[in-house]
Write a protein that binds this ligand. Structure first.
Ligand code: GDP
Length: 213
């Protein structure tokens, strides 16, 4: 597929879809990454389908298209077409809302149904700033991610905690997805190191904890 002119590589574009229950912080995470602000007004007001941002990676730049459901998560019949041509599914839940964590299993199942293993999935536990109201421990999140063979990270869109790291790790993982997708159908497992905002990460559970999602 390489052309006559060397050196200049085509810009790789990837579609990232944000899914998860309502109010877990999907729009806020996008807003924090795009605009360095905790102000989720953009999508709901003008109904933008997606926003784009270029991210540097080791061997150049990738362009990420971030698709927000903008409330459509309430209409589950729309979700398959939304997920269909995605490269990355960012499955978000709210660590202060156990129900939203339980829902991630069906969101992940939706992604697998549409994309099989040709997709990077990351489980995002958002709202770490609300530590006192935490209902899902870090150990449970890790156990769930390991069981499902997916990446995981904890974030706070409000404080900007781990937001850049989330996208940097995803961007770095994508070219390898592209290379290996043709060669193998193995799931893409990338180990995201979760940085804890403080030691009240709420573990208290053993490593052998079963998946709670
Ligand atoms: P979405 O429906 O999943 O897109 O969720 P939104 O981004 O609209 O956020 C839902 C609510 O949670 C809003 O009131 C946000 O201000 C709030 N929120 C989102 N992320 C965070 C966070 O990291 N910490 C806190 N404390 N609130 C958040």
């Amino acid at each position: 597929m390489s052309g006559g002119t060397s050196a200049v590589k085509p810009l790789r574009k990837y579609k990232l879809v944000f899914i998860g229950d309502q109010s877990v912080g999907k729009t806020s995470i996008i807003s924090s990454f795009m605009y360095d602000t905790f102000d989720a007004h953009y999508a709901s007001t003008i109904g933008i389908d997606f926003v784009s941002k270029s991210v540097p990676v080791d061997d150049g730049t990738v362009r990420l298209q971030l698709w927000d459901t903008a409330g459509q998560e309430r209409f589950r019949s729309l979700i398959p077409s939304y997920i269909r041509d995605s490269h990355v599914a960012v499955v978000v839940f709210d660590i202060t809302n156990r129900e939203s964590f339980a829902s991630t299993a069906k969101w992940i199942a939706d992604v697998r149904a549409q994309r099989g293993n040709d997709v990077v999935i990351v489980l995002v536990g958002n709202k770490t700033d609300l530590a006192a109201q935490r209902q899902v421990t870090s150990a449970e999140i890790e156990a769930c991610a390991n069981e499902q063979d997916i990446m995981f990270i904890e974030t706070s869109a409000k404080e900007g905690f781990n937001i850049k790291l989330l996208f940097r790790r995803l961007a770095t993982a994508l070219p390898s997805l592209e290379n290996s997708a043709a060669a193998t159908t193995e799931p893409q497992v990338i180990n995201l190191t979760v940085q804890q905002p403080n030691s009240s990460g709420g573990n208290g559970a053993s490593e052998s904890q079963t998946c709670g999602c």
